[in-house]
Design a protein around this ligand. Structure first.
Ligand SMILES: [Zn+2]
Length: 553
């Protein structure tokens, strides 16, 4: 047989948990044609001696929706071995929309919930579509990576109910209209629906999905299920454990009533619940009832950075600070100076997420005088200089033209043994990366490399076979990606080739490569030889190839 591409002599790990074996893979027309010794010469081949050849990794939790409008490779995901991303999470998708008003509302919600700026949307997201299928048609020709597209429940409600979507439950007619949208989207290739129990919009009001009653959710899930597949993804009300447990119970009801798989993001280790035993216990209870409810877990310590020149989730609950953070950057400096006293007072009482602010460490600074503060905790500086925390932040930031970096490290998902237990739990999927979102504070991409580097190579918590299965075959099976996620003849040729002795996630870098005067954190990878999407090489020897072989999956 003539192949388009042959991968020679690799250590093949199939994504199904089978033991590794040394062999060749032949690719033809975007599919895996042969797994086994290949003698015929092909025009192109990759020598994979001493390298692992595995299915391409799947990232089930991203917010690359806007980025795909100008970057069909969803950088930097592909260089971390990822060949499929899921978009439209957390009740937010860019379609359906009726017109400019809907688009503006969605942009505002993306700004508040995912930290992707209006300026970026204005410059690079055309909103030239109305329906979900039209949106898929817009992104499809530009894709270098595969996309599993969830339809956002908040977007659907906004489309059907307008302003009432944030006031009340839907009537029967409205539910019928929503179900028709879901059916149409699933027919066009959508992967499922996402919803949220927790998020708020730009005015502090609950997002539309939070006004839905159980009947509406079950109706939508049933409409989705008619397509033969479908995931119901949600963010629970994470500030309160009791409500989270109620959310999981409701997911069990939805799963049983509509015969769908539900996914809850995130299940992570926190100082209040290191092993997440309450959440995992609730997932197990639903499994006993026969429901399919999974958590999303991640191996990365949930670190983030704050700059007063950007956006920050740590300041959401401090209205005085938040008001200034919402201003254009040029106007902030004066306000931070003139409102100093009230800002300092407000920060003294910070709670919730804001309660972590004293644990921030000074990262990169701009002026020479501020260099001495690098690596020191705000609480420690405040004590030594007899200042309030708010004063320390303002003094450093104002002298650095608001560009001082403050780092939150080793607080959330930091207990590595507990994290390993959560990630390996059969009811926890590998996910929760939030890649493409919160880009001013952290880079969500790199968990795949981190799992292989730390939990396989360094601590041997997982075998390579187990880790690969977690990131590929298990997700493909549970999320309805039937034609990929494993190395098998006839399946899509989504393949990652890496060196298990070298693979690693790099440090975060703050770069200026986003449209609309926006900056973001990225993270490079190490140790990947090639990443192949539907038979075409998208990344080779440290370089992206501008391929367009991605599909809606
Ligand atoms: Zn999310």
């Amino acid at each position: 047989m003539d192949y388009d591409l042959v991968i020679k002599n690799g250590t093949v790990i199939d994504g199904k948990g089978s033991k590794r074996r040394q062999t060749d893979i032949g690719i033809k027309n975007g599919l895996i044609a042969t797994i086994g010794p290949i003698s015929s010469k092909s025009t192109t081949s990759i020598d994979a001696t001493d390298l692992v050849v595995s299915p391409g990794f799947i990232d089930i939790h991203t917010h690359f929706d806007p980025q795909l409008c100008w970057d069909g490779l969803a950088t930097p995901s592909i260089e971390h071995g990822i060949t499929t991303i899921v978009t439209g999470n957390c009740s937010l998708s860019l379609a359906p929309i009726k017109g400019k008003e809907d688009a503006d509302k969605i942009v505002s919600m993306f700004g508040v919930i995912e930290d992707i700026k209006k300026a970026t949307f204005d410059e690079a997201v055309p909103f030239s579509w109305n329906s979900f299928p039209e949106y898929l048609d817009h992104i499809r020709p530009k894709l270098g990576i595969n996309v599993g597209a969830l339809i956002g429940h908040s977007a659907i409600r906004l489309y059907v109910m307008g302003k009432d979507s944030q006031k009340r439950s839907a009537n029967e007619e409205e539910i019928d209209e929503m179900c028709a949208i879901v059916s149409e989207a699933m027919k066009a290739g959508a992967l499922g629906i996402s919803s949220s129990y927790v998020d708020i919009d730009e005015n502090g009001e609950p997002v539309p999905s939070r006004f839905a009653d159980l009947a509406e959710k079950i109706a939508l899930a049933k409409a989705m299920r008619q397509s033969g597949r479908g995931i119901w993804q949600v963010v629970p009300y994470f500030p309160d454990m009791k409500q989270q447990l109620d959310n999981i119970k409701e997911l069990g009801d939805i799963s049983l009533a509509a015969n769908v798989t539900c996914s809850l993001q995130p299940v992570i280790s926190s100082p209040a619940s290191p092993d997440a035993k309450e959440l995992i216990g609730a997932l197990e209870q639903e499994r006993e009832r026969g429901a399919r409810v999974y958590g999303q877990s991640m191996p990365r310590c949930f670190d983030l950075n704050m700059r007063l020149s950007e956006t920050s989730m740590l300041l959401y609950a401090l209205p005085g600070w938040k008001k200034i953070m919402d201003l254009p950057r040029e106007q902030r400096l004066e306000k931070f100076k003139s409102e100093r006293n009230s800002l300092v007072e407000e920060m003294k009482a910070a709670q919730g997420f804001g309660g972590s602010i004293p644990f921030l460490k000074v990262g990169n600074t701009k002026t020479k005088e501020n260099e001495v503060y690098q690596g020191r905790y705000l609480a420690e500086i405040a004590q030594q200089e007899s200042k309030e925390i708010g004063e320390v932040i303002l003094d450093l930031s104002i002298s650095d033209n608001l560009d001082t970096e403050f780092q939150l490290q080793n607080v959330i998902n930091a207990d590595k043994q507990a994290v390993a237990k959560i990630v390996s739990h059969p009811l926890c999927h590998f996910g929760a990366s939030d890649a493409g979102a919160h880009i001013t504070q952290f880079c969500g991409t790199g968990d795949t490399s981190h799992l292989l580097e730390h939990y396989v190579r360094e601590t041997k918590t997982f075998t390579l076979e187990e880790a690969v299965q977690k990131m590929t075959g298990e997700l493909a099976a549970d999320w309805g990606l039937a034609d990929r996620g494993v190395l098998e003849e006839g399946k899509a040729a989504d393949i990652t080739i890496f060196n298990p002795d070298v693979v690693a996630a790099g440090e975060e870098e703050f770069v200026d490569d986003f449209p609309g005067e926006a900056r973001r954190y990225i993270r490079k990878s190490q140790g990947y030889k090639a990443v192949i999407v539907n038979g075409e090489t998208a990344y080779l020897d440290g370089k992206y190839v501008q391929s367009l072989s991605g599909q809606i999956v």
